[in-house]
Write a protein that binds this ligand. Structure first.
Ligand code: GLN
Length: 238
């Protein structure tokens, strides 16, 4: 923790990796912490700035192929994410951000681009773009309800032995082999793009619990998020 009673949220490269309303994830975390009397401080780190190493939660968003490649190069040169991961910081990465944390990913011409190698998976480019609703049953050890989101990507992601799938895909494509996303320690990557935490307050609370090193948090009134979840789940599961 950056201080006893405050969570420092670091939003990585809003100028490159924020194509799909990804700032929503910072707002959800700030709000859910604030309602429980926990203060947060959010730092926006543009790609021409250095990434601080004392963050509690790092957020990476989605992006087009070329900004994604640029972001991967700059983050590799910066090195802060590895250091933050090593001391146990929480990292939540969406879509392009998810792909670039792995060892390699597909560029705009299908060329393989080196990733950060922070997690043990690699992504190539599939034949068709995966676009649409995605639903998944989360690894039971994470104690998070079924996830629901929207995916829009061309990646096919193969997980290595050092990493676990985040969820078993119920609807949608995800990694392309019946599973969606990946996690290891306190790092999560997902193909649910944009403000994925809005529909998934349980996932937001998992990130907060990890950052606070707590097993549980006081419940909140999630009826609005619940209605949105029900509406989306009903539309794709019936
Ligand atoms: N450029 C990547 C792909 O198409 C990621 C896209 C995204 O972030 N939505 O696979």
């Amino acid at each position: 923790m950056s201080s006893n009673d405050s969570i420092k949220i670091v939003w990585i490269y809003p100028d490159l990796l924020s194509t799909y309303g990804d700032q929503g994830n910072t707002i959800v975390l700030e709000r859910r912490a604030g309602l429980r009397g926990i203060s947060t401080r959010t730092v926006h780190v543009r790609s021409d700035q250095t990434v601080p190493v004392d963050g509690d939660i790092y957020l990476l968003g989605g992006g087009e192929d070329r900004p994604q490649i640029l972001a991967a190069r700059r983050l590799a040169g910066d090195g802060a994410l590895h250091r933050a991961r090593d001391y146990g910081a929480v990292i939540f990465a969406v879509c392009a951000g998810y792909q670039l944390l792995g060892t390699e990913f597909g560029g705009e011409e299908g060329q393989l681009v080196e990733g950060l190698g922070l997690l043990d998976y690699s992504s190539g480019r599939g034949e068709r773009r995966a676009v649409g609703e995605i639903v998944g049953d989360v690894d039971p050890s994470l104690d998070v309800p079924r996830i629901t989101g929207f995916e829009n990507h061309q990646g096919v992601t193969r997980l290595g032995p050092g990493v676990k799938p985040l969820a078993k895909t119920v609807v949608g494509i995800g990694n392309g082999n019946g599973y969606e996303g990946a996690y290891q320690d306190h790092v999560i990557g997902t193909y649910m793009h944009g403000p994925a935490l809005v529909r998934n307050p349980g996932l937001a609370d998992l990130l907060l619990r990890w950052a606070l090193k707590r097993d549980d948090l006081p419940p909140l009134d999630d009826s609005w998020a619940g209605r949105l979840r029900e509406e989306r789940l009903r539309s794709v599961l019936t």
